[in-house]
Design a protein around this ligand. Structure first.
Ligand SMILES: Nc1ncnc2c1ncn2[C@@H]1O[C@H](COP(=O)(O)OP(=O)(O)OP(=O)(O)O)[C@@H](O)[C@H]1O
Length: 359
């Protein structure tokens, strides 16, 4: 596990697991998250990436204490050293929105259509900070300005439907950071937006972490967003962490074949034109095979059935996150770890399993 932020972490997650009871007569329980650990330091952006269904959203909901009662949650979630796993709803409610908050993909489902945006931001301020109506309105306008909404004095009295999608997402950010939370969890915050609007929202996230020192957990499946915004990246596959690294190292030298596959699936500028010029059919490189079901927690590499390098070791023993042998990346203070028996080297070739790894 990457312990970069260990000593200064504001959010520390250890061995988080989440399962849901399966339907009667079905395949059994769904193990959505299995043994996940990470830290986030103030002012740092940790991106959590992976294909659909790998457990990103369940992780963020577990950290926020927002999972339905049907979820069984294990492990530890500590915010500034205070344990939240197992905390009662009253305690969680005092933390949410004040010390830790979250923005979702679709602001229209989170914003109340019959209240002005000023009232919605103001409500958080009144509840957590005891501000009066006028002060709350004033502060709401300031927050709209912080998240880059022009003419905040007018916008504060408008309703969500009067704003564009990008502005609504900025309003959600204003609500989320109204009480200057230590941690912000942003779950696919730009997925529903046009690319140009996306960039604006990402810039706001960058400014928040710089100006307010907010620690940000950014959930996304978009590697372009990761490259633009993150400091470190946690790659998830079928509920488990498979790679954890500083962003530059992850893009330069992915060690896990799944991460390599994700990066290869990103279209490259000019790739189509180059392929056509060479008389090849342009195509995206997909990772062959399907994401496995989550009904079991196999004691092997869950990616093995899709991996070109898998051998008997991979299909019989579970690899744990560890720093592979080889050159240390750009940031010796931030180790690069992968859960793979045959981590790729800088040339993309798989390593021999080490002595200790052999069964
Ligand atoms: N309330 C629930 N009850 C049962 N299973 C659930 C529930 N919520 C999520 N799951 C399951 O947990 C697994 C992980 O889901 P999750 O939403 O975290 O994936 P994700 O990586 O965020 O995907 P996406 O990128 O599509 O949002 C999925 O198999 C999903 O069906």
């Amino acid at each position: 596990m990457n312990d970069t932020a260990g000593s200064t972490a504001v959010l520390r997650v250890r061995d988080l697991s989440v399962s849901f009871r399966g339907e009667e007569g079905g395949d059994g329980d769904v193990h959505a998250v299995d043994g996940l650990s990470f830290d986030v330091a103030p002012g740092e952006v940790l991106a959590v990436v992976g294909e659909s269904g790998c457990g990103k959203s369940v992780t963020s909901l577990a950290v926020m204490g927002l999972l339905p009662p049907t979820a069984r949650v294990g492990g530890s979630v500590a915010l500034r050293g205070r344990e939240l796993a197992g905390a009662d709803e009253k305690e969680l409610r005092s933390v949410r929105g004040r010390e830790m908050s979250m923005v979702f993909q679709e602001p229209m489902t989170s914003l109340n259509p019959v209240l002005t945006v000023g009232r919605q931001i103001g409500e958080v301020l009144r509840r957590h900070q005891g501000l009066g109506r006028r002060e709350a309105r004033q502060r709401s306008a300031e927050l709209l300005e912080t998240v880059g909404i022009p003419d905040p004095g007018r916008r504060v009295d408008e309703y969500p439907h009067q704003l564009s999608g990008g502005m609504r997402q900025r309003v959600m950010l204003a609500v989320a950071v109204a009480c200057d939370p230590a941690v912000l969890i942003a779950d696919e915050p730009t997925t529903a937006l046009d690319v140009t609007v996306q960039a604006g929202v990402l810039d706001v996230l960058g400014a928040l972490r710089e100006r307010l020192g907010t620690a940000i957990v950014l959930i996304t499946h978009d590697l372009g967003v990761v490259a633009h915004t993150a400091d470190r990246v946690l790659v998830m596959y079928a509920g488990r962490a498979v790679e954890h690294a500083p962003v530059e190292d992850l893009f330069a030298t992915p060690r896990h074949p799944y991460t390599r596959g994700l990066l290869d699936a990103v279209p490259r500028p000019g790739g189509r034109a180059a392929a056509l010029a060479e008389g090849r059919r342009p195509r995206l490189r997909e990772i062959p095979g399907l994401v496995p079901g989550l009904e079991t927690q196999p004691d092997r590499c869950t990616f093995a059935p899709r991996c070109a390098h898998a051998d008997g070791l991979c299909t019989s023993r579970r690899p744990l996150l560890q720093a592979p042998a080889g050159p240390v990346g750009e940031r010796p203070d931030a180790p690069h770890t992968a859960a793979c028996w045959h981590p790729l080297d800088v040339t993309g070739a798989p390593a021999e399993a080490t002595e200790e790894a052999a069964p």
